[in-house]
Design a protein around this ligand. Structure first.
Ligand SMILES: Cc1ncc(COP(=O)(O)O)c(C=O)c1O
Length: 412
């Protein structure tokens, strides 16, 4: 990494070494992180669709549970690996070993996607330059913009799908923050190219992989230093939990992030962790069905008289289609579109649906939609009449009937 001090370490390791070492930061307790005791299946020889089902299960044995338990302990008999409930938990370890078998590296679960994002940003030294998409998730953007306003970070906002612009702006940066596809503009970054370029310049790379999930792209295998998830979305998949994660192949970074979780206290509840692991088991079939529905709905929306523009990388006519096809294993299940008649018509459409729920969030089994600009934090670059539709796994004809009637109602 080239930073203002001319230090040429990789950003991953320089972030990891940025303040006190993990050992020094481990103020209480004998160990850093509970290693977990999950089944010794060689997950790497299995397809991802199998790993979502089989990873993170307890070791097989007579009367051993088939599933990890909900570990409600706040403290543990000493001496031992865990020590205290803020340092480790066997339910966390089960989910972590499942996610790391999909993303690569080692995983830490956090109390929310935002807690995971804040943990990463907390590692950056004062004045660090971070390059990020100007169309990223509004919460991420707000945290970064506040850090910039407070003088702790220097933020360079880019069009993450414009490879030349990204390559230009990462020079001298400490961290490239990628969200792809972006929320809600659904722009696709050229991940293989920009990750490789960042690595060659020793710029650290963090990828928010929430929209794609590890089933569609695996940034660590492309060289990323960190993969962040809002597990709240596809991985848990049922709109009933808030949770986040960070995966990293860098041991020193892992140790520092583990320390941030331990001392910052943004720890997940054991029940939330367990229910996320339960949701993960069906990720592959949910994604298959939701993506098939999304493609069909995107095609139909493209010719709907109440719709001006559809953004969905799965559409052959979409500006990001060819790129997405070149390295992603699917196009996801979020569609954004502009409703004719402006924000009032878009609001009317969202309020007129009966099956599709008018609500924020995405990645659940049920379809949800909303006009993004009903949130004041949404970027001014996002059109006022843009509706984000998270496509669920319902029958596609039922969905279309409802969407069609709601859109027609919006024009009345
Ligand atoms: C892409 C993306 N990243 C991160 C987050 C934040 O995650 P959480 O709501 O779990 O804190 C969201 C939430 O919508 C998101 O869409």
């Amino acid at each position: 990494m080239s930073n203002s001090t001319g230090n040429s370490q990789s950003a991953g390791s320089s972030i990891a070494a940025g303040s006190e070492s993990a050992a020094e930061g481990n103020h209480e307790g004998a160990t850093t992180t509970y290693a977990g005791k999950s089944a010794a299946v060689d997950q790497l020889n299995l397809a991802p669709a199998t790993r979502v089902v089989s990873a993170g299960r307890p070791i097989k044995g007579e009367d051993a549970g088939v599933n990890a338990g909900i570990d409600l302990n706040s403290t543990f008999h000493a001496p031992g690996e865990i020590g205290y409930g803020r340092y480790g938990n066997s339910t966390w370890s089960a989910l972590e070993s499942a996610i790391q078998s999909l993303e690569g590296g080692k995983t830490l679960v956090f109390s929310s996607g935002m807690a995971a994002i804040s943990a990463v940003l907390s590692l950056l030294p004062k004045g660090a330059v971070i390059v990020a998409s100007k169309n990223g998730y509004a919460g991420t953007m707000s945290v970064m913009q506040r850090a910039q306003a407070a003088g702790t970070l220097e933020l360079r906002l880019v069009d993450i799908s414009n490879t030349e612009e990204v390559l230009q702006e990462i020079k001298g940066a400490m961290l490239l923050w990628i969200e792809s596809p972006t929320n809600p503009a659904l722009e696709v970054a050229d991940l293989p190219t920009i990750i490789a370029a960042a690595k060659s310049l020793n710029v650290g790379v963090a990828v928010d992989n929430t929209f794609a999930t590890p089933l569609l792209q695996q940034p660590i295998a492309m060289g990323a230093d960190m993969v962040i998830h809002s597990l709240t979305k596809y991985i848990s998949g049922h709109s009933d939990v808030i949770l986040g994660s960070i995966s990293t192949p860098d041991e020193a970074l892992y140790a520092r992030l583990s320390d941030v979780r331990k001392l910052g206290g943004a720890i997940p509840g054991p029940f939330e962790t367990w229910i996320t692991l339960r949701g993960l088991r069906t990720l592959s079939v949910r994604m298959e069905r939701a993506q098939a529905n999304a493609l069909e709905l995107a095609l139909r929306l493209s010719t709907h008289p109440a719709v001006e523009k559809v953004r969905y990388p799965g559409l052959p006519t979409d500006a990001h289609h060819d790129r997405a096809k070149s390295f992603m294993k699917g196009f996801g299940a979020v569609i954004s579109f502009d409703v004719k008649g402006g924000p009032e018509a878009a609001d009317k459409a969202c309020a007129s649906s009966e099956l599709v729920t008018f609500a924020t969030s995405l990645g659940g089994v049920e379809s949800l939609w909303e006009r993004r600009h009903r949130w004041s934090a949404e970027s001014p670059l996002i059109p006022a009449q843009l509706v984000r539709l998270s496509v669920g796994i319902e029958d596609v004809e039922d969905l279309w009937r409802d969407i069609d009637q709601a859109l027609r109602a919006s024009q009345a």
